[in-house]
Design a binder for this molecule. Structure first.
Ligand code: HEM
Length: 419
């Protein structure tokens, strides 16, 4: 029997803009069609993978399930732009999320030492100070949009610090990142330009900013990721090429910003919708560690990652062919009833919590420890300071099916001064 599911629910940005993640559809697919062929007018056809076990399996086999076609499914316009690449400029930036081993491992190694938990520990004081500063800015009481005031500013400052973006360039960086990710969302697109022109001018702005930072860090290296990337050498001792160096700046900033912002805003929304959990966190701020894991499971800001098949493969009785593509829906895997007790309950003390919000295997999120550290610092600060926090209107969603989350979250609050 054909299953009654509209594939647009899974992938069309407008559906995410209207309703958020399609949990009812995913639940049905996990039970009845865990490898589901999606052919829509919106993008190239793909198989939707919705079970936790299948995503674990696929992510462990980069030799079969490749990243060379990039992390997202292509619309016809995106495919055209990819085919028209001329070997220069923004569209040609190669980032590690588009590489397979052995090249992927060599390039990932350039920055992986920086991202170890031990090294990231050096950022403890910076993220704590940044969290305090953001919460201080709210004042004692009032109403605000939590996304604008807190959720997007905090990761921006943390990433800006490790990537050498000066404070006066933070607004520029924020706008560029939003335009890059939310190219489908009419409120966030570049005004007055068609898609291809917008992408070219966006690329030029990114390159200009990164070129300034790279030149500075070559002349005056410091103890930060920007200096490491600007001066990186490959295994054979040659300097990392310009396209790859730009690509690294781009992937770290873009992969790190919207994802963490959406985890923080979605986490606050979940706490507001579950006041018992908010009260628990405020009574015991040290729970911010397990709370952040549950928040990443609950929100799954990276909604899916694409893989491209290098061989024919049969999965759950479905025959997929070489050259076809699939999308692994982390938001679905993170509610898989075969892995999680009470998957639709938001529980900040959940243990164990084997969520796939940061992916798994070869491309496991390089910045997971930064994301954890900075989100924990913010929820710790909030938990210590909140006297009252409640919704002050309906939240709205970003029209995107890749990095998903809230566009606005109106809140009303009363806070204690910093200790
Ligand atoms: C809550 C926040 C975040 C979430 C949910 C998230 C999620 C993910 C996911 C699902 C992947 C792909 C994993 C796979 O394909 O198996 C990924 C890759 C990546 N993430 Fe994150 N991420 C977050 C924050 C960050 C931050 C803060 C940074 C940088 C500071 C970062 C840098 C990267 C990079 C560079 C990759 C590519 C890794 C590779 O291809 O080897 N992410 N992330």
């Amino acid at each position: 029997m054909p299953i009654d599911v509209d594939p647009n629910d899974l992938i069309h940005p407008n559906n995410y803009g209207l309703a958020g993640q399609p949990h009812d559809t995913w639940t049905k697919l996990r039970a009845e069609a865990p490898v589901f062929y999606c052919d829509t007018d919106y993008c190239e056809p793909f198989y939707a993978i919705t079970r936790h076990a299948d995503i674990m399996d696929i992510s462990g086999k980069p030799g079969i399930f490749s990243n060379i076609e990039g992390p997202t499914v292509f619309t016809p316009a995106q495919r055209r732009m990819r085919e028209n690449r001329d070997g220069t400029g923004f569209g040609n930036m190669k980032t590690i999320i588009e590489m397979d081993p052995p090249k992927h491992r060599e390039f990932r190694k350039v920055a992986s030492g920086f991202f170890t938990p031990r090294n990231i520990h050096h950022l403890d004081d910076i993220v704590a100070e940044c969290a305090r500063e953001q919460v201080d800015k709210l004042g004692r009481e009032g109403e605000t949009d939590f996304v604008e005031a807190i959720a997007q500013r905090h990761p921006l400052r943390v990433l800006g610090t490790i990537l050498g973006v000066e404070r006066e360039d933070e607004d520029l960086m924020l706008r560029l990142t939003q335009e890059l990710f939310a190219s489908e969302d009419p409120d966030l697109q570049r005004a007055g330009e068609d898609r291809e022109a917008a992408s070219a001018s966006l690329g030029a702005d990114f390159m200009q900013l990164f070129t300034r930072i790279i030149q500075d860090r070559r002349a005056n290296p410091r103890d930060d990721l920007a200096s490491l990337l600007a001066n990186a050498k490959m295994e054979d001792g040659s300097p990392m090429g310009p396209i790859e160096t730009f690509g690294y700046f781009l992937i770290v900033f873009t992969a790190g910003h919207d994802t963490t912002r959406n985890a923080i805003s979605g986490g606050m929304q979940a706490l507001l919708e579950h006041p018992d959990q908010l009260a628990k966190l405020c009574a015991n701020p040290d729970l911010s560690k397990s709370a952040v894991e549950e928040i990443v499971r609950w929100t799954s800001p990276v909604n899916y990652m694409k893989r491209y098949l290098l061989e024919d493969v049969e999965l759950n009785g479905v025959q997929m062919r070489r050259g076809e593509q699939l999308a692994m829906f982390y938001g679905s895997a993170n509610r898989d009833e075969k892995v999680f007790d009470r998957p639709f309950e938001f529980d900040i003390t959940r243990h164990p919590n084997r969520h796939l919000g940061f992916g798994t295997g070869e491309h496991f999120c390089l910045g997971a420890h930064v994301a954890r550290l900075s989100s924990r610092a913010l929820f710790l600060e909030l938990a210590r300071r909140i006297e009252v926090m409640e919704p002050a209107g309906d939240p709205t969603h970003i029209a995107s099916s890749f990095v998903v989350g809230l566009k606005t979250l109106p809140i009303r609050y009363r806070l204690r001064p910093a200790a």
